[in-house]
Design a protein around this ligand. Structure first.
Ligand code: PEP
Length: 238
């Protein structure tokens, strides 16, 4: 089984035509080998939930660390649950860049656990960390902070910040090194593995090579998921 997560970020998608176009370009028989999780903007969750085919799972891009109440602009885990959201991204670098800390990631994880929404934990180093040779320590620190609690994510998405939105994915050696760091770390905590996804400029050109890396079980796709034909190509080639 392979996994694809579409992160539509703050982009408005006409879901009905996106889905039509996707289905025109993707052979239905292949749905048995792939799980696709769509993460739209939160205002679109209900619309997509009402119209999607069963094969698409529904994910959110973020959740509030608060239970409910006066938190303008935020969305609670309970609201997500009521919209049938099954997954939620946690700790995406674009949210960390706005001030999210490892601590707030944990608070959000606890809210998601209460509502039994599966977590997709995003981790990844910056260009600066990479250049300083501190990737190993940085990733371990992000993981350590998450796993010292009892939260268990459904997926770990390794997303090097320097590859996100650039059009140039990390090369296979670099991804392999990170997979190695992550899987060794997980082995210390659990007697089972957690699927690792790669994210950062995935396209129909590079998907095959990326998922051929041992330990990579799917991808998180930003820009390329906005174009449903391109996303269908990615899903076909995975
Ligand atoms: C992302 O933001 O999670 C992402 C992977 O984006 P992109 O595919 O555009 O690099």
């Amino acid at each position: 089984m392979k996994y694809l997560v579409a992160n539509w970020k703050m982009n408005q998608i006409d879901f009905i035509s996106w889905q039509d176009e996707f289905l025109k370009n993707f052979d239905n028989a292949n749905f048995k080998d792939i799980k696709i999780i769509l993460c739209p903007n939160s205002t679109e969750l209900a619309k997509i939930n009402d119209n999607k085919i069963d094969e698409f799972l529904l994910g959110a891009q973020d959740v509030s660390r608060h239970l409910d109440g006066p938190f303008t602009g935020q969305i609670s885990a309970k609201i997500l649950k009521n919209k049938n959201v099954q997954f939620c991204l946690l700790g995406h670098s674009e949210i960390r860049a706005e001030g999210e800390t490892n601590e707030t990631v944990l608070q959000k994880a606890a809210r998601l656990d209460t509502e039994q929404i599966e977590k997709i934990l995003c981790i990844g180093e910056s260009q600066k960390v990479l250049e300083k040779g501190e990737r190993n320590e940085f990733l371990k620190n992000q993981l350590e902070s998450f796993f010292k609690s009892n939260h268990k994510p459904a997926f770990i998405a390794y997303e090097p910040i320097w590859a996100i939105g650039t059009g140039i994915a990390a090369n296979t050696d670099s991804i392999k090194d990170s997979v190695d760091i992550i899987s060794k770390f997980i082995k210390n905590y659990f007697d089972f593995s957690i699927p690792i996804l790669y994210g950062g400029s995935v396209s129909s050109e590079n998907i095959k090579e990326i998922v051929s890396i041992t330990g990579i079980e799917g991808c998180l796709v930003g820009n390329a998921s906005l174009d449903s034909k391109e996303f269908a190509n990615i899903a076909t080639k995975i």
